[in-house]
Design a protein around this ligand. Structure first.
Ligand code: SR1
Ligand code: MG
Length: 413
């Protein structure tokens, strides 16, 4: 049966797998086990031995951030494993390798990513990652395209959707914490200083924002466009100067593509606003903030280029079948279809980015970059700037015609 493991019991458990024991080398008494999980939900261990190391993730039957009063199904480990398997097929360079999955224990043993760091921490430390934009664009374009109706026959897509249709508890977290709670009085809402009380109250009274977030919630509930990661913030990305790996797809299901793209863009924008609140030599800080905005630009631009390239080269899906658009007129029509598709996807991404930003300031789950700004006045100023931009992106997402409009607005906010 299921039992949560700890520093004392994990080595014994791992010793039962010959493959993992060989990977670690030596015997369990020589292995070092450290629980390093700083996320909101799970246990995460790093285990090292004389020959190598592994990472172990085990789901808890409750939300770690809140405690046992908020039960959460262990089945999220199953959905994460299914998503990792699919991501590993289509985006192998950005997906950690899986060594072992134990359904009953809700536990996955995977590649130890070394010397990778959580991107959010790298951003807080002012580090530049030259391949990040290209890699994350590649990850999103391939995972979204190859699991969509553009690439899959309809029956196959429906078969895959059925695998994820039970991930309702994790989807419900998103539905509540991102699309609902920040816009109403909710027990779990919090913000870091009273300086934000008025702004939070304004969001709760903002009918235009409520209509816009509800339209995005409708898409989240009904648009089964592709298998999405579902929680693609910068805490779910591990980086080095040359590699980018995406972890933690336990929120995965068939949903709107823009939710993943918006998560990356929204979290980069939050890092941009948070940077202004941290002590640094001004020219260095401004240079880094410009780099972050350039990443926002590049993530979308590269994503769009790779996604459209895949669409032009592959005709496996039941949507827009090639024989319907074979002649010159059809080809011209298909070009317009593709342009309209990415225009709509861009607007969705802008809206979801805004939703992600707002929830990280007014909802339950916050982010390190903002929370570590020591001076509450400075922190509130950064948060208000981020919220001002996010509110506009949410309510007027259609008026952002290009990613340049987003970065220009960020500079003015
Ligand atoms: C109660 S879980 C809060 C958040 O943590 C996860 O990383 C997701 O973003 C979720 O919304
Ligand atoms: Mg996570």
């Amino acid at each position: 049966g299921y039992r949560p493991l700890d520093d004392g019991t994990l080595a014994g458990y791992l010793a039962r797998s010959g493959d993992i024991a060989a990977r670690l080398g030596g015997g369990p008494e020589e292995w070092q086990v450290r629980e390093v999980g700083d996320g909101n939900l799970n246990l995460v261990f790093i285990v090292t031995g004389p020959a190598g190391g592994v990472a172990v993730k085990q789901a808890l039957p409750y939300v770690r951030l809140v405690g046992e009063s908020w039960p959460l199904p262990l089945s999220r480990a199953f959905f994460e494993h299914e998503a990792l398997a699919e991501q590993g097929r289509v985006a192998p360079a950005q997906t950690p390798r899986i060594y072992h999955y134990d359904h009953e224990m809700a536990l996955t043993v995977m590649e130890l990513l070394r010397p990778h760091v959580i991107m959010r921490k790298g951003l807080a430390a002012g580090i530049r990652y030259p391949h990040f934009a290209r890699d994350i664009a590649q990850f999103m374009a391939t995972t979204l395209f190859y699991t969509s109706d553009l690439a899959l026959p309809a029956a196959e897509k429906k078969r895959r959707m059925a695998v994820f249709c039970g991930n309702t508890a994790l989807c419900k977290i998103t539905e509540d914490l991102i699309f609902t709670d920040p816009y109403r009085v909710a027990e779990l809402n919090r913000w870091t200083s009273p300086q934000l009380d008025k702004t939070a109250a304004e969001f709760r009274a903002d009918t235009a924002a409520k209509a816009a977030i509800s339209e995005l919630k409708r898409k989240f509930l009904t648009s089964a466009e592709a298998m999405i990661h579902g929680d693609l913030h910068t805490g779910s990305i591990m980086v080095t100067a040359t590699e980018t790996k995406v972890i933690d797809p336990e929120f995965s299901f068939y949903g709107p593509m823009g939710f993943d793209i918006g998560a990356v863009i929204g979290n980069l924008l939050l890092a941009y606003f948070a940077q202004a609140g941290h002590e640094a030599e001004p020219s260095q800080r401004d240079g880094y903030r410009a780099w972050i905005l350039d990443q926002v630009d590049q993530v979308w631009t590269k994503f769009e280029g790779i996604f459209l390239g895949l669409w032009k080269d592959h005709h496996g899906g039941d949507l827009y079948p090639a024989d319907l658009f074979a002649d010159a007129e059809g080809q011209a029509a298909l070009r317009r279809v593709r342009a309209d598709y990415t225009t709509r996807l861009f607007a969705d991404s802008v809206g979801f980015a805004a939703a992600k930003m707002i929830r990280r300031i007014l909802g339950l789950a916050h982010i390190e970059e903002l929370e570590t700004i020591a001076d509450p006045d400075v922190r509130a100023t950064c948060e208000k700037r981020a919220l001002r931009l996010a509110r506009d992106m949410l309510v007027n997402r259609g008026s952002y015609r290009s990613i340049g409009d987003v970065t220009a607005a960020a500079k003015k906010s």
